[in-house]
Design a protein around this ligand. Structure first.
Ligand SMILES: C[S@@+](CC[C@H](N)C(=O)[O-])C[C@H]1O[C@@H](n2cnc3c(N)ncnc32)[C@H](O)[C@@H]1O
Length: 269
C-alpha cells in the first residue's frame, strides 16, 4: 500500500511511517506522547528513548533541510544523542502562565518545549515574514535595545525596527492553551492532553513549509495540523491510532472544505 497525501490514516504511526518514501517529506510535526498522563497511548517507560527512536525513524523521511518539530516536557530530550540524525536549532518554550500552580515542593512546570530540528545544516525554508509578531516595546526602549552590541563579538548589528513585526523568538507566551470556551475546541475530551491551538501549529507550518509542500503529522489527534495545512495549501499526511479522533478530524476537514467552497463561490471562482 502506498500512502496518498491529504488523508488521515488510522493506525500506529511507527508502522505507517515505513510506507513513506525516504526523503520525501518537507516538514514533520510530532505532537505525540509526553509520557506524563494516564492515557494508554501516553504510558511510555522512557520518553527520551521513545523520542530518540522517533527521531531516528522519522528523520529518514525528511528531505535535506527539512524541519522536524517535537513537542514534550522540558526533559524530553535529556541525555539522548540525536545528533547523528538531526541538528537541534532551537528549543522553543511554549509558556502557559495560566497553568494551575499546584507544586508545593518545587517550581511548577508551566511550559512545554518544542524542539526545532533540521536535517543537515541549512533549513529548506524559514519564512520569517509569515510569522512576525507585533513589536511590544516602547519607542525609547526599542531605540536603546537596538544599540546594544552583540554578546559574541561586541559589534553593533544592523538590526532595524521592522514595522511588520519581530521574530517571535524562542519563548512563546502569546499563544494560549485552549479552554472550555475556545470556539475551536472539538470536544471536552480533547482539552488539555489532546488538542493544540491552531495558531500554534500555524506558526510552525508557515515558518517551515511552502505552499504545495508535504507536511507529516504522525500523531494527528483531532486534526489540528491537517486543518492548518489545508487552509494554507500544504499537502498533509497524517496518522492517528484512535478511530474516534480520526472521525473528529475528518469532520473538521469537511467543515473547512465547505467554508472554502462557500468563499470561492462568493468570489465567483
Ligand atoms: C497530543 S495528541 C495530538 C493532538 C493534535 N496535535 C491535535 O491538535 O489534535 C497525541 C495523539 O497521538 C496519538 N498517538 C499516540 N501514540 C500513537 C501511535 N503510536 N500512533 C498513532 N497515533 C498515536 C494519540 O491517540 C493522541 O491523539
Amino acid at each position: 500500500m502506498t500512502l496518498e497525501p491529504n488523508k488521515i490514516y488510522c493506525g500506529d504511526s511507527f508502522n505507517l511511517c515505513e510506507k513513506i518514501r525516504d526523503q520525501s517529506i518537507d516538514l514533520i510535526i510530532c505532537d505525540g506522547p509526553y509520557g506524563v498522563t494516564q492515557n494508554n497511548w501516553d504510558r511510555i517507560p522512557s520518553i527520551q528513548e521513545f523520542n530518540l527512536d522517533l527521531i531516528k525513524r522519522f528523520s529518514k523521511k525528511l528531505k535535506e533541510g527539512g524541519a522536524l518539530y517535537l513537542f514534550g516536557k522540558p526533559d524530553c530530550l535529556d541525555f539522548i544523542d540525536y545528533r547523528p540524525y538531526l541538528n537541534l536549532k532551537s528549543k522553543i518554550i511554549w509558556y502557559q502562565p495560566s497553568r494551575l500552580a499546584q507544586g508545593r515542593q518545587s517550581y511548577t512546570n508551566n511550559h512545554d518545549i518544542i524542539g526545532y530540528f533540521i536535517k543537515g545544516r541549512k533549513p529548506r525554508c524559514f519564512n520569517l515574514d509569515d510569522i512576525r509578531v507585533s513589536q511590544l516595546v516602547e519607542l525609547e526602549h526599542r531605540r536603546r535595545c537596538e544599540n546594544v552590541p552583540s554578546v559574541t563579538n561586541g559589534q553593533y548589528g544592523k538590526t532595524r525596527f521592522n514595522k511588520n513585526g519581530k521574530n517571535p523568538g524562542d519563548v512563546w507566551g502569546d499563544i494560549k492553551q485552549l479552554t472550555y470556551k475556545s470556539k475551536e475546541l472539538v470536544s471536552r475530551q480533547a482539552l488539555n492532553t489532546i488538542q493544540k491551538p491552531e495558531s500554534l501549529i500555524e506558526r510552525l507550518v508557515l515558518a517551515s513549509s511552502n505552499p504545495g509542500d508535504t507536511v507529516l503529522d504522525p500523531f494527528s489527534g483531532v486534526g489540528t495540523c491537517p486543518v492548518v495545512c489545508k487552509r494554507h495549501k500544504r499537502n498533509f499526511m497524517a496518522f492517528e491510532i484512535q478511530p474516534e479522533f480520526v472521525e473528529a478530524a475528518n469532520e473538521r476537514l469537511d467543515k473547512l472544505e465547505q467554508e472554502q467552497t462557500a468563499i470561492a463561490f462568493s468570489y465567483g471562482t
